[in-house]
Ligand binder design. Structure first.
Ligand SMILES: Cc1ncc(COP(=O)(O)O)c(C=O)c1O
Length: 451
């Protein structure tokens, strides 16, 4: 294709409304035509290393024939059938069976959605359902963290702790309460003498429960590693304390593992790093490595039992047309098979170490405030001053653009550049991320910014 073709595609693209859209931010989009491994190819001839695996989800890399074939074979046999009212299909049965106990012991029941926002909405409704069945209908609120991202359905929007996703969609939904994130680099809560950030952030949860009244709180939702909010890795003492507080006050723990699930952090699921398990797990994205839209929740056996014993008038009246979509589940089954065969959690652990070590060599730039990550989920926080840690989102955006000019796709999340490449990445490609980012940072000095 020629440059002219690309201009014409870009013009036609204006008929499409893009996610998180502003006309000023959607100029000259990359028109991507093809992908292979970690590489994307655009219509105007660029070859780009996708340091984000699409939207943190293409774990097995692009162009996997096995997944194309799984979709083709299933579509030929049965692309879709209703999963409602007395019908089911083989791929969804197989996938639910495979997932039973796969993420966490005791989470044996799966409800399928088409993505992560629907998964979180389903989690909130399930938490409310559970407490009604338990005779505690007053427990309906959800505690979430500032800087959290949980998606864009109305409920997920107001569970999210990032104001910019909410400003134009208010008034806020009732029933969501936010507490400070366990951010070791810039903790925004109150830190008492002798307290660790993990302890202070967990105390904020307990205080919120007491302030609101434990008899009003249905659940606490948390991403094990916060991603869209700036790639925030919690301190090790945080989640065990959170689990204990949830148990003490009868609050369900919802783990939003839409990004951290399926190997990304070096474990199949990320709360394993801290040896705890949730009551409800939200998943999406890498369940199919992005080859088909699919998500879901997994429920503890205790929650499942409340459904088994419900009267007919108390049925779980919740479901999507595409819950248990046959083709999407067939792709999910094949994708899981590939990830197990190619041992992705171990790859993420090993190559993640290499990536973080590489990114840390860039700390000498005066605008690199912090480098952090877990597995192949990493962030480089950009500041205008290392001592005051003043966030510099504009500089992060400049580096993002300079990196893209050098054939590297990252994503500025707040003032942090995120990296979440396909887990199929090899050592050389990891080093290439560091090299290209370094070159982009170097170019900042040429335009008068600090080195
Ligand atoms: C942690 C988390 N939860 C939920 C979502 C929403 O998922 P989806 O965009 O599939 O609705 C995302 C999307 O990035 C996410 O990162």
């Amino acid at each position: 294709m020629t440059k002219q073709d690309t201009a014409s595609w870009v013009e036609k693209d204006k008929k499409q409304l893009h996610p998180v859209y502003h006309p000023k931010s959607h100029v000259n989009p990359l028109v991507v035509e093809r992908g292979e491994g970690v590489w994307l190819y655009t219509t105007d001839g660029q070859k780009i290393l996708d340091g984000m695996a699409g939207l943190w989800n293409v774990n097995v890399g692009y162009g996997r024939e096995e997944l194309a074939k799984a979709a083709y074979d299933q579509m030929k046999d049965l692309a879709f059938t209703s999963n409602f009212v007395g019908m089911t299909n083989l791929p969804s049965i197989r996938l639910a069976d495979k997932l039973a106990g796969f993420a966490y012991e005791g989470l044996n029941t799966t409800f399928f959605t088409s993505g992560g926002s629907e998964a979180n909405d389903s989690a909130f409704k399930t938490a409310r359902y559970y407490w009604k069945r338990m005779g505690k209908p007053g427990k309906y609120k959800v505690i979430a963290r500032k800087s959290a991202y949980h998606g864009v359905t109305l409920a997920a929007t107001f569970a999210t702790g990032l104001e910019k996703y909410q400003t134009m969609f208010g008034p806020a939904m009732d029933g969501f309460v936010h507490i400070p994130a366990p951010n070791p680099y810039r903790f925004e809560g109150e830190l008492k003498a002798g307290e660790t950030v993990g302890q202070a952030a967990a105390r904020a949860l307990e205080e919120a429960i007491l302030r609101e009244g434990a008899d009003t709180i249905a659940a606490f939702i948390a991403e094990p590693v916060m991603s869209v909010g700036g790639v925030i890795v919690p301190p090790d003492d945080y989640f065990p304390l959170v689990r204990a507080i949830c148990d003490k006050y009868e609050v369900l723990l919802i783990a939003d593992e839409v990004i951290t699930g399926f190997g990304r952090t070096g474990q199949w699921f990320a709360l394993k790093h801290w040896n705890i398990k949730p009551d409800i797990l939200s998943f999406a994205k890498a369940i199919t490595s992005g080859y088909a839209p699919l998500g879901g929740i997994q429920l503890s056996d205790e929650i499942r039992e409340t459904m088994e014993s419900a009267a007919e008038s108390e049925a779980y009246m919740h479901g999507y047309t595409y819950s248990g979509h046959a083709m999407a589940c067939a792709v999910g089954n094949k994708n899981l098979e590939l990830m197990e065969k190619e041992n992705y959690p171990a790859r993420a652990k090993e190559l993640g170490k290499r990536l973080i070590e590489g990114l840390k060599t860039l700390s000498e730039f005066s605008f690199v405030g912090d480098v952090r990550g877990l597995g192949l989920l990493c962030g480089v926080e950009i500041v205008s001053d290392k001592v005051s840690k003043t966030a510099d989102g504009a500089m992060a955006m400049k580096i993002f653009k300079a990196a893209q000019d050098r054939g590297l796709r990252t994503r500025p999340v707040m003032n942090t550049l995120a990296f979440s490449p396909p887990l199929s990445i090899n050592e050389e490609e990891v080093d290439e991320i560091v090299k290209r980012l370094g070159a982009a940072m170097d170019s900042m000095s040429a335009i008068g910014d600090h080195v």
